[in-house]
Design a protein around this ligand. Structure first.
Ligand code: FMN
Length: 234
C-alpha cells in the first residue's frame, strides 16, 4: 500500500461559512484523495497544511546546525533541526507527494517556500561534492512521484500560454522537486478564479475530472510498483 504525503499550501480553508471563500486547490486535492480511496487503500496518509500552519523560516543558527556534522551538534542544534528532521522523514516515507498550492504573486506561497527551505538539507536530501564540477549538488532521494495541483486567479500559465513567462510557481516546483527524490511529475491546474465566469467553472470542472482520472491511474501504478518492489526485496 502506498504512503502519500500531502502538502496543502493555501491560506484559505477547504470549507468556510461562505463557500466562495473555499480553497480551490485544497478541494481538488481532497477530491483526488477521495477518488483514490474508492479503489485503492492508502498505507499511510501524512498531511500537512503549511498554508494554515507554516513552518518557521530558517535562520543563521539553523544553517549552522545543518552544516555541523550530526555527532558534533549541541543539544540546542539538534533541537533547531527537529522539525526539519521530521519533515524530511515524511518525504523519505512517501511514495506519492501531493503539493496543492495557490499561485501568489506569480510564485509559490511563502509558507510553501518555508517548507522547502526546511527540507533542502545537505547530506539529507542532497549531497555536495565539488569533484562533480559545475553541478556539485546531487539529490540523495529517488523513486517518488509528485502531483502538483495549482489554482490561479488569472489564466494562460501553461507552456505556450499567454502568461507562461509569468509562471514562477510550477517551474519552481519542478526545479526544487529534485530534493524530494521525484522522478515523475503530474500536474492539475485550475485557472480564472478572479474572473468568476464560465471559463472558471469549466476550468474547475476539468481539474476535478483530471484529479479523478489521475487518482485511478496513479493508484494502480503505485500499487503495481510497490508489489514489484516487494517481490524484489523478498
Ligand atoms: C496574496 C495573493 C496573491 C495572488 N497572486 C496571484 C497571481 O500572481 N496570479 C494569479 O493568477 N492569481 C493570484 N492570486 C489568486 C489566487 O491564485 C487564486 O485566488 C487561487 O484560487 C487561490 O488558491 P486557493 O483557491 O486554493 O486558495 C492571488 C491571491 C492572493 C490571496
Amino acid at each position: 500500500m502506498s504512503t502519500i504525503l500531502h502538502i496543502d499550501a493555501s491560506i484559505r480553508a477547504a470549507s468556510n461559512p461562505n463557500p466562495n471563500h473555499n480553497s480551490i486547490s485544497k478541494n481538488i486535492a481532497h477530491h483526488f484523495i477521495q477518488t483514490w480511496k474508492t479503489r485503492y487503500a492508502i498505507g499511510e496518509y501524512i498531511y500537512r497544511d503549511v498554508g494554515i500552519n507554516p513552518p518557521p523560516f530558517i535562520t543563521q543558527e539553523w544553517m549552522g546546525a545543518a552544516f555541523t556534522p550530526e555527532q558534533n551538534r549541541t543539544a540546542q542544534q539538534h533541537d533547531l533541526l527537529k522539525l526539519s528532521d521530521q519533515l524530511i522523514a515524511e518525504i523519505v516515507a512517501a511514495d506519492l507527494i501531493i503539493i496543492s498550492s495557490p499561485m501568489y504573486n506569480y510564485g509559490m506561497p511563502a509558507q510553501l517556500k518555508a517548507w522547502f527551505d526546511q527540507i533542502a538539507r545537505v547530506n539529507k536530501t542532497f549531497d555536495f561534492d565539488l569533484t562533480r564540477g559545475d553541478f556539485p549538488l546531487q539529490p540523495t532521494l529517488s523513486g517518488k512521484t509528485l502531483l502538483i495541483i495549482t489554482s490561479s486567479g488569472e489564466f494562460g500559465f501553461e507552456q505556450g500560454g499567454i502568461r507562461a513567462q509569468m509562471n514562477h510557481l510550477v517551474p519552481h516546483l519542478h526545479t526544487v522537486s529534485k530534493y524530494l527524490g521525484v522522478d515523475k511529475i503530474y500536474e492539475i491546474a485550475s485557472e480564472y478564479q478572479e474572473f468568476a465566469d464560465d471559463r472558471h467553472r469549466q476550468s474547475v470542472a476539468d481539474a476535478y475530472a483530471k484529479a479523478e482520472q489521475l487518482a485511478l491511474e496513479l493508484g494502480q501504478e503505485l500499487e503495481l510498483m510497490i508489489e514489484a518492489n516487494a517481490v524484489v526485496l523478498s
